[in-house]
Design a protein around this ligand. Structure first.
Ligand SMILES: *Cc1c(COP(=O)(O)O)cnc(C)c1O
Length: 413
């Protein structure tokens, strides 16, 4: 037996339980036990190792924008793989250049703007933080309840103490302000020594909590007044997720200095991006100051281009908007006192529960064939593929009261 012919690989049809046992013994326990082992997907549906079908209303946390196995994404990845997959940043490739141009166009970035490609959301924010440091100013502001990633730099911008404390000391200079408090922001910016303000237009991990329009516009005005960069983290909210290419585009006049992207950008192929808007921002980064081996590789860039083309050609911006409204209306029309609000925009939605039972509801939902998640004890998050069909959403919403009954019957949270 060679090292590649282990008994595991030659065994036929291992069950979900067998896979889970192997997962536990082979992977570090960073995520707890997997809920299921998934083997295949098509559109908004996935199947586990035991052949059970699920409706995927989470899309790998707002990643699988086109759903699973979309022919346009499959073809783009296949064609690019047959041509060239990786070249390093000593060289450039046409898909990388075309993707940068396309993103600048979609972002309506002014002349002189530029893109830096990374491989994930954390890395995109890490690069944005390094850009901010290059202003020479010592302070950085992030918001309470923020999530910007798990690398040390992006973690320094992330609010949750449980994520941060085991890894302190983190890069310094970051201060947290309450989201929505314009006065506090004005006071913090007044000395003129703040490099950047980082904000998510909708705080996804916090439970899909949108920042107020007035607050975002005030942040734009104040940062401009004090020469501070406004960095919008659109990692979760970008790429048509909210029915706009980028969620800040729902607000007139809200052009960030820097925007970070990842999640939906590659439709499942890892890629992140930083868009530096305007010549001043772009000029901060000089050759040799930052880099990444895989960033901007043509495979990921070709995938992202296919995602963008499909969103545009298939009217998925409008579809995301319409399906988002449908979720809001249909959940409200249930008149179920246990469902107290529907937050978010487009196809990034938080259904607020009266009782802190979201984890149990998500667990029951999975048993009933629906993938959703609970970013906090009172929120069910939906971030389905942008190709989700009306009937699929209606089916889940009709099932919701029964899921709440079953979760309550368990008596656990
Ligand atoms: C997911 C997320 C990140 C981190 O992205 P990774 O690809 O997991 O590193 C950063 N910011 C926001 C807003 C996110 O939702």
């Amino acid at each position: 037996m060679t090292m590649f012919e282990s008994e595991h690989i030659t065994a036929t049809n291992p069950t979900g339980h067998e896979f889970t046992d192997r997962y536990r013994s082979a992977l570090l326990n960073a995520f707890g036990p997997p809920q299921r082992v998934l083997v295949r997907g098509e559109g908004a549906r996935v199947w586990d190792a035991d052949g059970t079908e699920y409706l995927d209303l989470l899309a790998g946390i707002a990643v699988n924008a086109l759903g699973h196995a979309h022919p346009a994404l499959v073809a783009a990845v296949q064609q690019q793989a047959e041509s060239i997959i990786h070249v390093s940043n000593f060289f450039a490739t046409p898909p990388q250049i075309e993707l940068a141009e396309t993103l600048l166009r979609l972002a309506q970035a002014p002349d002189g703007s530029g893109v830096f490609f990374a491989n994930s959301g954390a890395e995109a924010n890490e690069a944005a933080l390094k850009l901010a440091r290059l202003t020479g100013r010592p302070r950085v502001i992030a918001l309470e309840d923020s999530f910007h990633g798990r690398t040390l730099g992006s973690l320094s911008l992330t609010w949750k103490k449980a994520y941060r404390e085991p890894f302190e000391p983190l890069p310094g200079g970051v201060e947290f302000l309450p989201a929505g408090d314009t006065e506090a922001l004005a006071r913090a910016l007044a000395p003129g020594d703040v490099a950047a303000v980082f904000a998510e237009p909708i705080q996804g991990e916090a439970g899909v909590v949108p920042l107020e329009t007035e607050y975002l516009l005030a942040a734009r005005r104040l940062t401009r007044e004090h020469g501070t960069l406004l960095v919008l983290d659109e990692v979760q909210t970008g790429m048509a997720r909210t029915g706009h290419w980028f969620s800040h585009q729902r607000i007139d006049g809200l052009q960030p200095d820097v925007m970070t992207l990842a999640k939906g950008l590659g439709g499942g192929v890892p890629i992140g991006a930083v868009i530096a808007c305007g010549p001043a921002t772009r000029g901060l980064l000089q050759p040799g100051q930052h880099g990444t081996t895989f960033g901007g590789n043509p495979l990921a860039a070709a995938a992202a281009l296919a995602v963008i083309r499909t969103i545009a050609d298939d009217g998925l911006l409008e579809h995301a908007q319409q399906m988002g409204e449908l979720i809001e209306h249909a959940v409200t029309a249930l008149h179920d006192p246990r469902l107290v609000a529907v937050r978010g925009a487009g196809l990034l939605r938080g259904i607020a529960l009266r009782d802190p039972r979201a984890a149990a509801v998500a667990a029951v939902a999975l048993e009933e064939g629906y993938i959703v998640n609970a970013p906090n004890p009172t929120t069910i998050r939906l971030a389905p593929p942008l190709i989700i069909q009306e009937s699929q959403l209606r089916g889940f919403i009709a099932a919701l009261p029964g899921l709440l009954d079953a979760a309550a019957a368990r008596g656990e949270n």
